[in-house]
Ligand binder design. Structure first.
Ligand SMILES: Nc1nc2c(c(=O)[nH]1)N[C@H]1C(S)=C(S)[C@@H](COP(=O)(O)OP(=O)(O)OC[C@H]3O[C@@H](n4cnc5c(N)ncnc54)[C@H](O)[C@@H]3O)O[C@H]1N2
Ligand code: MOO
Length: 410
């Protein structure tokens, strides 16, 4: 690319090539919510697992009640009662009835259930005033799920309905990859923790919240380490402390051309982290590499808040998803109509902050604010990014553009 820059696509390809999904292991069901399952889950039992009643009423033999009507009711002796989970009686003789509750097993000898509403609710004897059809209100075993059915296929992202089904067939855990543990470190001697006093030359650390929240939203467990000053020793010590609990590290700041660019200064000598420019705006200065014996991926993102967030979207989010084996890795674009003209630096892919909407003419996208990568206020007003390709310097209102919808699940 121009100016010795790496393209966005090449940088992402390099990152994804270096990252393998985390090993899968059995997770308790509730831990697996939102994670892709790493097995084909096969039903170990039928659902229902036995013939059971769909109504509160009486279990009967169909041929005993087939003639019942209001004018000519059928009377049957009631020989027992079966509640759900209280099934002492397992069989009944012809010409009798058994009280049965919803969900309770239909006794052998019965094939049909008469709901209370069609009877006098008798205790010793019941009067049946309407004839059910054969097998009415009986839910047969295996009606829903049969042993051996594939309930959830590998790669499915587990939602409430899947987890409910897995529990219903008796699974207490499911094979899936764990949530990646993402450590977020902000660098900069000018940074202060929100809620503390600000000096004349200091600013609050917004980025570690921005990035940790984005990591959590992506499905990771995020550890926000907070602020490390511009001292390489302090930065390396912080990294050392954190690597034990990290599947992925994200830093912000200290990667451009400044005199105190701590991240670059500390990591460049190791040789395992690439630093360079990526042909994008915002987010040009980037770094990526693998650290320590576990070869933990580290992303050194630029400090400007908008740059760090867009870099996260483009590079860290796909990496987190690959660790979870969640596809697609990168957020897909959608097409929308641009409502206002947009200019873009030539030779770089621009990500312009925008608001997505749907009007009478279809999906539309409206740029929000300027190009400055310090504009956090505008970023918070946006829910989309317009992607302007590298070779395009201007896009006119009315043209169709590619858009990343930042709050959409995918
Ligand atoms: N001579 C050059 N200067 C700069 C270049 C360049 O190519 N040549 N690139 C610019 C670009 S583009 C970016 S992006 C930034 C990246 O700088 P760093 O990653 O080294 O980040 P810092 O210098 O530490 O900070 C930049 C900016 O962001 C603010 N910041 C940093 N951390 C946070 C935080 N946690 N929360 C809120 N704001 C933060 C910081 O105060 C600075 O204003 O470099 C340009 N310079
Ligand atoms: O890349 Mo910087 O991120 O343009 O502000």
């Amino acid at each position: 690319m121009a100016d010795g820059l790496t393209s966005v696509d090449d940088h992402l390809a390099r990152i994804l090539a270096a990252i393998e999904p985390l090993p899968a292991y059995p997770q308790p069901l509730m831990e697996a919510l939102g994670l892709p399952v790493a097995e084909d889950v096969v039903a170990p039992i039928n659902l229902p697992s036995f013939d059971n009643s769909a109504m509160d009423g009486y279990a009967v033999r169909h041929e005993d009640v087939v003639s019942a009507s209001a004018e000519s009711p059928v009377h049957l002796p009631v020989v027992g009662e079966i509640g759900a989970g209280k099934a002492k009686l397992v069989a009944m003789s012809p010409g009798t009835a058994v009280k049965i509750m919803t969900g309770a097993p239909v006794p052998a000898g019965a094939d049909t259930v008469v709901p209370y509403e069609w009877t006098d609710r008798g205790v010793a004897q019941v009067r049946i005033e309407r004839a059910p059809s054969y097998a009415q209100h009986v839910r047969p075993a295996g009606d829903d799920v049969q042993v051996g059915d594939v309930l959830v296929s590998e790669g499915t992202v587990l939602g409430p309905r899947h987890l409910g089904l897995l529990a219903a067939v008796g699974r207490a855990s499911v094979l899936s990859r764990p949530r990646p543990r993402v450590v977020v470190i902000s660098t900069g001697s000018e940074l202060r923790e929100p809620g503390t006093q600000l000096g004349h030359d200091s600013i609050y650390d917004g980025n570690s919240f921005l990035l940790a929240a984005a990591a959590r939203k992506a499905g990771a467990i995020a550890y926000r380490v907070g602020i490390v000053p511009d001292e390489p020793r302090a930065f390396l010590d912080a990294l050392d402390d954190q690597l034990v609990r990290a599947d992925l590290v994200v830093t912000s700041g200290g990667v451009s051309q400044g005199d105190f660019d701590v991240v670059k200064e500390a990591l460049a000598p190791l040789g395992s982290v690439w630093f360079g420019g990526v042909a994008m705006q915002p987010g040009k200065p980037q770094g990526f590499g693998l650290l320590g014996d576990d070869r933990t991926p580290i992303f050194t993102l630029p400090g400007n808040p908008v740059s760090s967030y867009i870099s996260f979207e483009m590079f860290v989010l796909p990496a987190i998803r690959k660790l979870m084996a969640r596809t697609p890795y990168a957020r897909p674009t959608v097409t929308a109509r641009l409502t206002h003209d947009l200019r873009s630096p030539d030779g770089r892919r621009q990500f312009a902050r925008a608001e997505y909407s749907v009007d009478k003419a279809g999906p539309a996208v409206t740029p929000v604010g300027g190009h400055g990568s310090h504009l956090m206020g505008d970023l918070a007003q946006s829910d989309a990014l317009v992607v302007v390709p590298e070779g395009v310097a201007q896009v006119a209102a009315g043209e169709q553009v590619q858009v990343l919808r930042l709050d959409e699940e995918f």
